[in-house]
Design a protein around this ligand. Structure first.
Ligand code: SF4
Length: 224
């Protein structure tokens, strides 16, 4: 059996406690050199049962200062674009592939992404989102290595375990390029109907329908 996201077999209070423990671990982490230069680490934020998890690249200046993800200009674009499609920021979980700010906002190095990967793995296990939205090239590579974001942004793909992933441009890139901004806002409109299908899939799972490994979800083949 594939375990239904949102009902991952771990009691909600245990998941909440484990997520808090993970955040404490991230705050004290020195697994890679990014831990040396941070003001504070930025584990992520959002509801425990979020249907959607956004995964960006790494904290920037404001995020490092405030300890929260996507709170600078990029964060404002993300929040406003979500709102335009009827989604509140507080309804989604937001994190990054690395939890500490790379110096001068450079891309995280592969070794840093690898060092931090276990934290993201645990967040995905504990929050158990149906939909993962990657923001930018670095987080896209985790699920779609060797793909070009200009080619696959906005495409929804099944990644197994009842989840789909959709790559989007990073909001910082969208702010630099009007075409990418238009693509970013258009891709965001994919989310509300996708979330509705995810909700139906969760309801079906709660009724005990389907979710046998390899069996299509009733009416929601994306969420096999
Ligand atoms: Fe630890 Fe991740 Fe920060 Fe590196 S980026 S120090 S692995 S929390």
């Amino acid at each position: 059996m594939v375990t239904p996201p949102g009902e991952n077999g771990i009691a909600a209070e245990v998941r909440a406690a484990l997520l808090h423990a993970l955040e404490r671990e991230v705050h004290n982490c020195t697994r890679c050199s990014l831990g040396n230069g941070r003001t504070q680490s930025v584990p992520g934020e959002g509801p425990l049962n979020a249907l959607v998890m956004f995964v960006g690249e790494g904290p920037g200046f404001e995020e490092d200062r405030q300890g929260r993800p996507f709170v600078g200009r990029s964060g404002r674009l993300l929040t406003e674009s979500l709102k335009k499609t009827g989604i509140e920021r507080t309804d989604v979980y937001i994190t990054n592939v690395v939890k500490c700010r790379p110096p001068d906002n450079r891309d995280p190095l592969p070794a840093e992404v690898a060092a931090c990967a276990a934290f993201l793995d645990q967040q995905i296990t504990l929050v158990n989102p149906r939909i993962i939205v990657t923001l930018g090239r670095i987080s896209m590579q985790r699920w779609f290595p060797n793909s070009a974001i200009t080619k696959i942004h906005g495409q929804v793909r099944n990644i197994g375990r009842g989840r789909v992933a959709m790559p989007m441009f990073h909001p910082a890139a969208a702010l630099r390029n009007p075409q990418w901004l238009a693509d970013f806002e258009r891709d965001m409109t994919t989310l509300p109907p996708l979330m509705e299908r995810a909700r139906r899939a969760n309801q079906a799972a709660a009724r005990g329908e389907a979710l046998a490994a390899g069996t299509p979800h009733p009416g929601d083949a994306d969420f096999e």
